[in-house]
Ligand binder design. Structure first.
Ligand code: ADP
Ligand code: MG
Length: 269
């Protein structure tokens, strides 16, 4: 067993109700970049599609214990977390079971707090990690609300294309609701521009708009459109382990440093 981290982990939900904006890619590669910097990282796959699990080589028949079991309280975090081919990077995998969680958790008064209870239970295993990243489904459903209730902060991947900013106000309203009802300390860690193409005017325009409206909330690092990022999952590894010198690898390394800087500053404050 590796040494435990000195304090409680920083829990970050990667959320945006739009599909295909880079949530899973960011979860895997930010996680891998944090691990490369020596952090102990747990990914929680909270999307019934299980793309983060697949992208890290967790085959379906290896998913005996899943996020669903975690939410239903049937299993501990320590028993659900699987190691990956990347040092210091672990994952709780998801299966399509999770899509019924919406219905099955329906009449539980505590339904928004299930993930929080698991991740914040003292002695529950979370102390083993420096960072826990939650890969959310493309919806503002009860699963995403569970992630926001459990998290210290959220990272919002924003695809650098037309209408990118449209869904953001709805997301921010949900964050506000969660703050009022369940998790007053929830903050937006940052907005990460993804699939950015500096030769494309639209990308530049989305960036201008985002920085003008959201200011410093937008990470300095932008994630370029990079084919290596889309190829890596089919080799079941993060891009850092697939093409370590790619632009995608460099971008997620830079994002990891920014995230560490932001979370450190807050812990020190
Ligand atoms: P989400 O989890 O938000 O649905 P994904 O991370 O799965 O989004 O990304 C959607 C698709 O776009 C995937 O095929 C992924 O490989 C690809 N992709 C994501 N980010 C990039 C990028 N920066 N450059 C190129 N392809 C990307
Ligand atoms: Mg996804």
């Amino acid at each position: 067993m590796a040494p435990k981290s000195a304090s409680f982990p920083t829990i970050i939900a990667i959320a945006n109700q739009k599909g295909g904006v880079g949530k899973t890619t960011t979860t895997i590669n930010l996680g891998a970049a944090l691990a490369e910097l020596g952090k102990r990282v747990l990914l929680v796959d909270l999307d019934p599609q299980g793309n983060a699990s697949t992208g890290l080589g967790i085959e379906y028949d290896m998913r005996d214990a899943t996020t669903y079991d975690l939410l239903s309280g049937e299993i501990s975090l320590a028993d659900a977390a699987l190691t990956t081919s990347v040092d210091r990077l672990e994952i709780v995998p998801a299966t399509t079971d999770l899509s019924s969680a919406d219905i099955e958790l329906g009449d539980n008064a505590n339904r928004s707090f299930l993930l929080r209870e698991v991740l914040r239970k003292s002695g529950g295993g979370a102390e083993d990690y420096h960072y826990i990243l939650i890969d959310c489904p493309p919806s503002l459903n009860i699963l995403t609300v569970n992630a926001m209730v459990a998290a210290d902060s959220i990272i919002v991947p924003l695809q650098s294309e037309f209408f990118a900013l449209e869904g953001l106000s709805q997301l921010i309203l949900t964050v506000r609701d969660v703050r009022q009802s369940a998790n007053p300390d929830l903050r937006i860690e940052g907005i990460a521009l993804t699939m950015y193409d500096a030769r494309n005017n639209l990308s530049l325009q989305v960036e201008d708009d985002a920085r003008e409206n959201m200011g410093d909330m937008v990470f300095k690092t932008v994630i370029p459109r990079n084919v290596r990022l889309s190829e890596a999952p089919s080799f079941a590894v993060p891009v850092l382990n697939y093409d370590t010198n790619s632009k995608g690898s460099a971008a997620y390394r830079a994002l990891a440093k920014e995230v560490i800087g932001r979370t450190k500053k807050r812990k020190a404050a």
